[in-house]
Design a protein. Sequence first.
Length: 83
Amino acid sequence: MSISKKRLKELADIPDSEIDTSDIPELDEEFWKNAKLVMPETKKPVSLRVDREVLDWFKKGGSGYQSRMNAVLKAYMEAHMNV
């Protein structure tokens, strides 16, 4: 699911006082009791040669193309780990 920049701006412009949070429970001590800090996995920068059309296709999707390329490679890796 994607959301347009226009809609994101509309949502950001809503004052906090107009946001109904009545259906969201308060976070008490019980909620945080078993919480753990999970640091994001760091990425390793690499130089990679790919066909021009492959790179262009991923770039057409806008920012985050490198993360999308990584997701495709990771899915391929996971699909072939137990082969």
